[in-house]
Design a protein around this ligand. Structure first.
Ligand SMILES: Cc1cc2nc3c(=O)[nH]c(=O)nc-3n(C[C@H](O)[C@H](O)[C@H](O)COP(=O)(O)O)c2cc1C
Length: 258
């Protein structure tokens, strides 16, 4: 392909990132730019895209929706009839209205959806749901999806992809403020603070996290080389137990719409 492809994603624990990169690889583009919206600074910028560009936008599913704080960020991304591929990555429970919400939000801003996919990533809360995913099989599926997108583009077929999801979207439940606890094994290496997408962890004391900023993305928990971070909040434990009981047995498979 000779057009500029932009891969744009929010991905605190890297599963969404792996999927969008695999899709781009399948598309076989050689002129690729990336925008990592996990970085707060990248979210503060404005983005606009021309008609002859193409964009992949990937987000993790939070509560069956796009992460709430990302809505205003996505709303300021402007297209001009720019072709877009929408990607939602979820933790083996359900993606519900997230993909539709992503599509609607960007199509209202001048993008034309040509394909959309829901993929599975290890659940942010527990390894008991989708451990190690995306796995080799998921990555191959994502690359195959990319190749199909590329065929669609070559065939000059455009627009009007129909995807799953309901409107009005699933109601967002107010989040209980919480933050992970840090054990004595913390060595203050600062990796957690550096990668926290919400700048919720103090750079001077990595044991301090602002519960009003924390979105429970688990980036700090999963990245800590000392395994010093964990959520012990009652509400967190309750949700995690419910997830394990109901969604750890069946393997969800990727779905795509093209
Ligand atoms: C606050 C929150 C809410 C979540 N809600 C859902 C959900 O509704 N359905 C689901 O299957 N997974 C859910 N997950 C799991 C993530 O969608 C999943 O782990 C995803 O792979 C994380 O993407 P990332 O690696 O790009 O951060 C949730 C995770 C978090 C942190």
């Amino acid at each position: 392909m000779d057009r500029k492809l932009t891969i744009m994603y929010f991905s605190p624990t890297d599963t969404t990132k792996k999927i969008v990169y695999a899709i781009a690889k399948g598309m076989g583009d050689d002129y690729v730019e990336t925008v990592n919206l996990t970085d707060p600074q990248a979210r503060s910028l404005n983005y606009s895209f021309q008609r002859d560009e193409i964009i992949i936008v990937g987000i993790p599913v939070y509560g069956g929706r796009i992460p709430g704080f990302l809505t205003p960020v996505l709303e300021k991304i402007k297209g001009e009839g720019t072709q877009a591929i929408f990607v939602a990555v979820y933790g083996n429970r359900a993606y519900e209205d997230a993909l539709l919400e992503l599509k609607n939000t960007l199509e209202e801003n001048g993008f034309v959806g040509i394909a959309a996919g829901a993929f599975i990533g290890e659940h942010s809360y527990t390894k008991k749901l989708a451990a190690g995913r995306p796995d080799v099989q998921d990555i191959e599926t994502a690359e195959r999806f990319g190749r199909e997108i590329s065929e669609k583009i070559k065939g000059k077929i455009t627009g009007n992809v129909t995807i799953k999801g309901d409107f009005p979207y699933k109601e967002r439940k107010p989040a209980v403020p919480m933050a992970p606890d840090t054990s004595e094994s913390c060595i203050q290496c600062g990796i957690c603070a550096k990668y926290c997408p919400m700048e919720a962890i103090s750079f001077s004391d990595a044991k301090k996290t602002d519960p009003s900023k924390c979105i429970r993305c688990s980036s700090c928990v999963k990245r800590c080389p000392q395994k010093a971070k964990a959520f012990h909040h009652e509400a967190f434990n309750k949700i995690t137990e419910w997830l394990i009981e109901n969604y750890s047995q069946v393997r969800c498979e990727p779905e795509w719409f093209i």
